[in-house]
Design a protein around this ligand. Structure first.
Ligand code: NDP
Length: 284
């Protein structure tokens, strides 16, 4: 069992959220602009509210997951009176400023970011990030844990969104590097499927570099215990050269090379890769 919950927005993600609440035994009320998307949920036991206002009135915990912040304002803007006294958990992606504006706009507000695809919602590998009202998180964390592992970052409502984009950057950086490598090996008739296990094993090693460099970044000292920036730069040039020779796009490796050259030009020669933080901070 569990407390009653309302889910507003039944797109790919909203339907997965509502399903997880239903499976955990929460009385679940749903609403979507296009009501037909509720059909499967209703057959699983969800209650389809006749209006957004009725959906808000049904539960003191309201989870909203729409395309973007403008859609949330469209859908909930006319119903601020019904929101009073309820906790609004906004799992819609947006910027940290949008999260802070939403918090100022409603009373008891939690902003959240979903680090999972719909299929994984409710499973142990799903994790969700929250920030905003500490009272709201304390009161509802048990319910929110039904969706995946919930972490709370404190009272600044913008922090979950900031973590979200930073983590998506890690995803795109890693995926782009994999795709570039797969294109490069593809020119030698190596399948992406053959490359993938090596890429994954190497990513696991890279997680160790991340942990070590995090300490250096926080201390502000970048001892080259493993390799200097010049060693990195020399091998980066092979990646650029191999790409050009193979007719593979050179934009990605050339950009990495440019960033590394800027760090060296700014005087970080002889230091570890962690000194690149100065480039990303806009200081080199
Ligand atoms: P979908 O495109 O599948 O669903 C969008 C939802 O927003 C629909 O319910 C749609 O209603 C609703 N909507 C859009 N505009 C309005 C409006 N003006 N008024 C009322 N309702 C509106 O997207 P997802 O479910 O995939 O994504 C939802 C959010 O979750 C996004 O912010 C996304 O970034 C985030 N997210 C998604 C992940 C994913 O893997 N899918 C992963 C992590 C986060 P209607 O059905 O009527 O069109």
């Amino acid at each position: 069992g569990g407390e009653p919950v309302t889910v507003i927005g039944l797109g790919l993600m909203g339907r997965a959220l509502a399903t997880a609440f239903l499976e955990a035994g929460h009385p679940t009320t749903v609403w979507n602009r296009t009501p037909g998307k509720a059909d499967a949920l209703v057959s699983q036991g969800a209650v389809l509210a006749p209006s957004a206002a009725a959906a808000l009135q049904a539960s003191s915990l309201v989870v909203v997951c729409l395309s973007d912040t403008a859609a949330v304002r469209d859908a909930l803007g006319p119903h601020r009176a019904e929101l009073a006294g309820r906790t609004l958990v906004n799992l819609t992606s947006g910027t940290s400023d949008e999260a802070r504006e939403m918090a100022a706009w409603t009373g008891d507000y939690l902003d959240g970011a979903i680090m999972a695809i719909p299929d994984v919602i409710g499973r142990p590998e799903a994790f969700l990030l929250f920030s905003g009202s500490p009272e709201a998180f304390e009161k509802h964390s048990h319910s929110l844990d039904r969706l995946g592992n919930a972490t709370f970052f404190g009272a600044d409502p913008g922090l979950a969104s900031l973590y979200d984009v930073a983590l998506l950057g890690v995803m795109w950086g890693t995926l782009n590097a994999f795709l570039h490598g797969a294109a490069l090996l593809g020119t030698a008739k190596v399948d992406a499927t053959a490359f993938a296990p090596f890429a994954n094993q190497w990513v696991a090693s890279v997680t160790g570099f991340i942990s070590a460099y995090a300490g250096q970044i926080d201390r502000g000292s970048y001892e080259a215990e493993d390799a200097t920036l010049e060693t990195h730069l020399a091998t980066m040039k092979y990646l650029v050269r191999e790409s050009a020779a193979a007719g593979v796009d050179t934009d990605w490796p050339a950009r990495i090379q440019t960033l590394t050259e800027r760090a060296i030009d700014a005087g970080h020669d002889g230091t570890s890769y962690a000194s690149m933080i100065e480039v990303f901070r806009g200081q080199a």
